[in-house]
Design a protein around this ligand. Structure first.
Ligand SMILES: Cc1cc2nc3c(=O)[nH]c(=O)nc-3n(C[C@H](O)[C@H](O)[C@H](O)COP(=O)(O)OP(=O)(O)OC[C@H]3O[C@@H](n4cnc5c(N)ncnc54)[C@H](O)[C@@H]3O)c2cc1C
Length: 505
């Protein structure tokens, strides 16, 4: 082993992740603070950018109106939630969405300039703002990325990933980063914010961006930071099913808003089936719709069902959902004429790093926001479009906390990194873990399958821990193995079915 040159940087605030959770927090931190944003992928490649349906939130702050959003969130969450956190989420929505509007996010409006609202599963009313029809994430992120690149107090380091937190005397002092070319950089900061996003890469099929390997959760776990709710993984019911099997990688979502605007679900025999499962039909919460689809696929010996939007017509579909319409067309489907094959795949990691109402984790000076955190608002099943809202509400709360603190001299020191490269590819290990998760830790879970999965995952996890290498490929694999292990252990421990965790024995 030899030692390698390590860059050393300091900042008041280190933000790990350049999705909505990271950027909105940064924009709310006072300009007298020096901020470093480190992002594994270039800004713009994130789950935030891919968001289609919209952002939930009432602009009308009438108590009765807010109470309905709270109630819908509680019902979708199936009883396992932090009620105080939900209250903050709903009450702080209008202030933060108005800030997005002030920052220039072009939400869709009617001819009179009034904001257009849509509905998705589990919502009792239209309260979801959208932009560019079905390109809400792209529009929000392009606005924020433009603003953040012009901030004098913000330095952006792209293509660098956090692999471990810097922890001393039970406090977080920043993060250890590695570049995609295996260069090292230690960033020391007074406050560190994990905003590293989701866990989609732990499964074979996911709607998530490529970089969603649960890095923040895995790094926090290695530092003993408290996690919560890892068993709760949300599977989106209507993801385009490629009957030719040629589309590899990230799966394409047919937004819930398509059902919100009136599309139906049919089984492969052309029968509408949701009335068998829930009186809210296609607009039941996601866990119910995904589980119903699984049952229907099982009963009809099929790998998919259909979404039927034909009655909505070409003009409406192509204008309201331009991205989805175009994607279907590229795969040979005309939404106004054809039934679109869909099946559930991994979509959102509900569990993560436990935070309080101010975004603080169990480790001093460490905050978490967005998909990598567990704020308690999603319970056992996230209400559609509440996640973008969570990013902005908790981002603002974290910024408020950090703004209260006076800047101090930032401690930094040398950290020796035992440099050890390994040219072997970890790809086969990742593939085996992903296939295992998709087979045994999917929507329907049982003890036998979960135990089998844990044996396979643990074999890789323990081997990876025994033979550490300081490369991006190693950490990507270790993080996938770590998060898979955490999900499976939590799924084994929770014996009852609740929300998106369905145990059949
Ligand atoms: C297809 C799709 C559609 C969706 N539609 C909606 C919707 O309509 N409404 C809604 O509310 N939610 C939606 N969601 C969910 C929502 O988009 C995400 O939960 C939310 O955007 C997460 O934001 P984030 O900032 O936490 O993570 P992300 O936006 O994924 O950002 C994570 C950032 O962290 C970086 N990163 C990752 N690992 C590291 C590391 N080790 N070191 C440094 N940086 C790292 C990434 O490069 C990226 O910059 C959708 C998700 C998908 C995938």
């Amino acid at each position: 082993m030899k030692e390698k040159t390590i860059k050393k940087l300091t900042a008041d605030v280190l933000i790990l992740g350049g999705g909505l959770a990271g950027l909105y927090t940064a924009l709310n931190i006072n300009e007298n603070k020096k901020i470093i944003i480190a992002s594994k992928e270039p800004l713009g490649k994130s789950n935030s950018y891919l968001a289609q349906g919209g952002i939930a939130g009432e602009l009308n702050t009438d108590e009765k109106v807010l109470a309905k959003h709270i109630e819908d969130t509680l019902i979708a969450g199936s009883g396992l939630f932090d009620k105080d956190a939900i209250k903050e989420l709903v009450y702080d929505a209008s202030e933060n969405i108005k800030m997005l509007i002030d920052l220039g996010v072009p939400f869709d409006v009617d001819q009179d300039g009034k904001i257009l609202l849509t509905r998705e599963g589990g919502h009792s009313t239209r309260r979801i703002l959208h932009a560019g029809g079905d390109a809400t994430g792209k529009n929000i992120m392009e606005t924020l990325i433009g603003l953040i690149r012009n901030k004098k107090n913000v330095t952006i380091i792209e293509n660098y990933m956090l692999y471990d937190l810097i922890v001393k005397d039970e406090k977080c002092y920043g993060g250890q980063l590695i570049s995609m070319d295996n260069e090292f950089c230690n960033v020391f900061a007074d406050a560190t914010i994990l905003a590293t996003g989701g866990i989609g890469a732990v499964y074979r099929d996911s709607t998530n961006a490529h970089g969603a390997t649960g890095d923040g959760i895995a790094a926090a776990y290695r530092s003993g930071v408290e996690l919560r709710g890892m068993e709760f993984v949300q599977f989106h019911p209507t993801v385009f099913y490629d009957t030719t099997g040629t589309i590899k990688g990230q799966k394409f979502l047919i937004s819930e808003a398509v059902r919100g605007e009136g599309a139906y679900l049919l089984n492969i025999n052309g029968e509408r089936f949701m009335e068998k499962y829930d009186k809210r039909l296609e607009l039941a919460p996601r866990d119910i719709v995904s589980q119903s689809i699984m049952k229907e696929m099982y009963d009809t010996w099929s790998e998919y069902v259909y979404i039927d939007a034909r009655h909505l017509g070409k003009e409406f579909l192509s204008q309201r959902f331009p991205t989805i319409y175009q994607k279907c067309l590229e795969s040979g489907y005309h939404m106004e004429k054809d039934l679109i094959p869909v099946a559930p795949v991994e979509h959102y990691g509900i569990g993560g790093v436990k935070i309080d109402l101010n975004g603080e984790t169990s480790l001093a000076n460490l905050y978490a926001n967005g998909e990598c955190c567990s704020s308690g608002v999603h319970g056992a099943n996230r209400l559609a479009s509440n996640s973008l809202l969570e990013c902005i509400v908790f981002g603002k709360r974290i910024a408020n906390e950090i703004n209260k603190k006076s800047s101090s001299k930032i401690n930094s020191w040398e950290i020796d990194i035992p440099f050890s490269m390994n040219k072997n590819s970890y790809h086969p290990i990742r593939e085996e873990i992903r296939n295992t998760m998709s087979k045994y830790v999917f929507i329907v879970r049982d003890e036998e399958g979960l135990k089998l999965a844990l044996t396979i995952i643990n074999r890789h996890y323990k081997n990876l821990c025994k033979h550490p290498f300081t490369t991006v490929d190693y950490y990507r694999t270790l993080n996938i193995a770590t998060v898979a292990k955490l999900i499976t252990e939590a799924a084994l421990a929770r014996k009852e079915s609740i929300g998106c965790h369905l145990r059949i024995n």
